[in-house]
Write a protein that binds this ligand. Structure first.
Ligand code: ADP
Ligand code: MG
Length: 237
């Protein structure tokens, strides 16, 4: 469903993505693991049309998304960032924001917000000031904001990087729950290799702008295919 061919991204003189190719089948949880600076966020931002590739193509069900660049493609995807963008409004308004730019009746919005808040475990929080909630709760608001749009593809860029261990588990369980309920295709980056192990159907290890290896968590952790992967997963002496 999502196919990336030979994707490169250059910022000035530095080539941040160096010919990335990747296929993520519909309904897969694919985790990008790799050290800080490897290019994980850049890749996710290109998939979400937040930036333009220097070379290469990204196809969503056969459509070249950067060529089309239309709202229809964009609307099929939702992204959650490491640091959630929370506005100084109620939880309800923060979640409804996901639908504000679409011509949707307020009654429908109310129902979708209620459903999304139920999924993320924030029912009853509608009127609370979003800014007064904890980091983990804010990240759940960000997830709910994306869920109201019924995305086919969920892009999660290190969504637990700033959270305490308990909140990390809550978000991980939520990711699994969303996948289970909606069969959403999920592409999630993390610098935590164990998170990849816990969540992913398949992992891509990104090192220095390229995928060094693809495999199931088991394959990556038992048979890393080079010393960089081995070092990253911590099984090299
Ligand atoms: P990761 O998410 O794996 O930590 P990033 O994709 O954020 O990696 O960054 C990869 C590299 O690209 C880093 O060296 C970073 O400094 C650089 N980079 C990212 N965005 C920009 C930008 N807008 N301009 C210049 N360099 C950038
Ligand atoms: Mg990043």
């Amino acid at each position: 469903m999502l196919e990336i061919h030979n994707l490169s991204k250059q910022f000035g003189d530095s080539e941040v993505l160096k010919g990335v190719s990747l296929k993520v089948p519909k309904g897969e949880i694919f985790t990008i693991i790799g050290p800080s600076g490897a290019g994980k966020s850049t890749l996710l931002r290109l998939i979400n049309l937040l930036d333009t590739p220097t070379e290469g193509t990204i196809l969503l069900d056969g459509t070249d998304i950067h060529k089309e660049k239309n709202m229809a493609v964009r609307r099929r995807m939702g992204m959650v960032f490491q640091k959630p963008a929370i506005f100084n409004q109620s939880v309800y308004e923060n979640v409804a924001l996901g639908l504000r730019f679409r011509q949707i009746d307020e009654r429908v919005i109310r129902k979708k917000v209620a459903d999304a808040l139920a999924i993320v475990g924030l029912t009853g929080f509608e009127e609370r000031k979003a800014k007064t909630l904890s980091g983990g709760e804010m990240q759940r608001i960000a997830l709910a904001r994306v869920l109201v749009t019924d995305p086919d593809v969920l892009l999660l860029d290190e969504p637990t990087a700033n959270l305490d261990p308990v909140s990390v588990r809550v978000i991980e369980e939520l990711v699994q729950r969303i996948h289970h309920e909606f069969q959403t295709t999920i592409i999630m980056s993390t610098h935590d290799m164990f998170q990849g192990q816990r969540l992913a159907h398949r992992i891509g290890v990104m090192i220095d702008g390229k995928f060094a290896q693809f495999g199931t968590p088991r394959e990556i952790f038992t048979t890393p295919n080079d010393r960089f992967v081995a070092r990253f997963v911590g099984i090299e002496n």
